[in-house]
Unconditional design. Sequence first.
Length: 342
Amino acid sequence: MSINDFIKQLDTLVESAAEQFNSAIEKLDKDILENARIEFLGAKSGKLKSAQKGLGKVEKADKPVAGKKFNEVKQKLEGLFQAAIEQIEKSRSSTEVKEQFDVTLPGTRISTGHVHPITQTIEELKDITGRLGFTAVEGPEIEDDWHNFEALNISLEHPARDPLDNFYLQTAEKNTGKDNLLRSQTSTVQIRVMEDTKPPVRIVSLGRVYRPDEVDATHYAMFHQIEGLMIDTDVTMADLKSVLLLFAKTYLGDDVEIRFRPSFFPFTEPSVEVDMRWRGIWLEFGGAGMVDPNVLRSVGYDPEEVSGFAFGLGVERLCMGRHGINDIRYLYDNNVRFLSQF
Ligand code: FA5
């Protein structure tokens, strides 16, 4: 090999090594740099090591020049490599400094979920009725015939038992008085409480009820009711109206009016529909009345000694009235943009 070829080979090697070291510096990538080091300076099969073999092939007279050149190139490559490492480390630590947390910047707002408007309404209704002296109780959502109908004075022939108006469970024997169903009203809880408690009673029960109603702006197949029951000696319709008026004023505001319209429920006598006038519109919220003596008897109370009132209001309707929501379906669409307003 001529000395010129040897020198040329070493110069090319320096050029391509410098190119690769620079690309590692540009990318601030130590792995690329390490690969380049192995390729050019690797002790076993690095390109410099291979070039060293050319030393033995140059003319004897040229050997001193070739050896000197080789040493220079070796030092140059090692120097370039060292400089590249330092450059990468320096640049990296300065970007790390840049990426550090700047305590003077405004914080990132963390968006948290919150309680569904129906649950908010339930909590508020419990709170208001609690302040009026009513204790909150719960009852099962799967009910038997006795608690959903029979004890509530709803006889076997009554249309309220129609399979088209109720979610009977498949195992049930239809209309035999033995059917289980998803409760269609929270009035079931009145019976359960009176069966277990001696008068006086003052409870509310809030929970889900189920009806195969056609879904529209004011009806859903699953909704919530708040049931109230007060039993004592000498409870009258005037007490019912006072409690509901106080309830309405606390929930909707002082400017609310309430009105009773005559109605019919098998478990109350007399029975009324309860409307509330708020911001100029009459809204229908539920039913109420004096507990029917037959119901009192069915739970072992003596209607000669005690009397009471009961009411059952739609929780969704209360929530909608208060917030001006005009379609019940919004409450169940799970649209976060809608829900986040409450
Ligand atoms: C009852 O359920 C009676 N248990 C209320 C009652 C209790 C009367 C105690 C007397 C004594 P009603 O079927 O009208 O009544 O329902 C009461 C309220 O539930 C309605 O006024 C309405 O606000 C709400 N409601 C009824 N059906 C639906 C439905 N499909 N979707 C949403 N809310 C409903």
